[in-house]
Design a protein around this ligand. Structure first.
Ligand SMILES: [Fe+2]
Ligand SMILES: [Fe+2]
Length: 183
């Protein structure tokens, strides 16, 4: 019974993810490295999935659609922050400024509501000054930090997550892509 419940919950997650994977602009995140050899796309999917699972596990009542979509777009800054010269140069250090750039891009390319905007804008708290306003933003803010540390130390991060939440083989290959900066 427990397994069936989880599978049904995963189906909800997959439906929101699938909707985003259909958008070419969202897939652009696959071009950029986040931590270790994990792309921004895979990182964002993992943050969304673990945040969703955490809410289910602890029975936290959240707006699921906003939680998932906000997480999927929280690092939608669309540049390689490992490069010496970055588009954010002149605006501020990447760590401080990328939530604002991600929000700018998300507003431009998608329809985002107040909760999704707060998730994107506040996910780097306490590095950025203003704390998250919604329960969903607090969860993403915490899970993002755990995922970032995990990715930095794991060369094959989220292999199981990719298998679990991305059904289409071609999409799975694309989501599971690795970037090795130092090869
Ligand atoms: Fe970020
Ligand atoms: Fe992140």
């Amino acid at each position: 019974m427990k397994i069936i419940k989880r599978e049904v919950e995963d189906l909800v997650f997959k439906s929101y993810l699938e909707e985003m994977l259909q958008k070419k602009k969202f897939l652009k995140m696959n071009r950029y490295l986040q931590h270790g050899n994990t792309t921004c796309l895979l990182h964002s999917i993992a943050v969304a999935y673990f945040s969703y699972r955490l809410c289910k596990l602890l029975k936290i009542n959240v707006h699921e659609k906003e939680l998932i979509r906000g997480a999927l777009l929280h690092d939608y800054f669309l540049y390689d922050w490992h490069q010496k010269y970055k588009p954010c140069d002149g605006l501020g250090k990447h760590g401080f400024i990328h939530p604002k750039i991600a929000l700018f891009n998300a507003r431009k390319d998608f329809k985002v509501n107040a909760i999704e905007e707060d998730i994107i804008e506040k996910h780097m708290f306490p590095l950025t000054f203003y704390p998250p306003k919604y329960r969903e933003s607090v969860i993403i803010c915490l899970v993002d930090k755990f995922c970032s540390i995990y990715e930095a130390f794991n060369k094959n991060a989220y292999k199981m997550v990719t298998k679990r939440v991305v059904m289409d083989k071609k999409e799975r290959r694309m989501v599971g892509k690795r970037i090795n900066l130092y090869n």
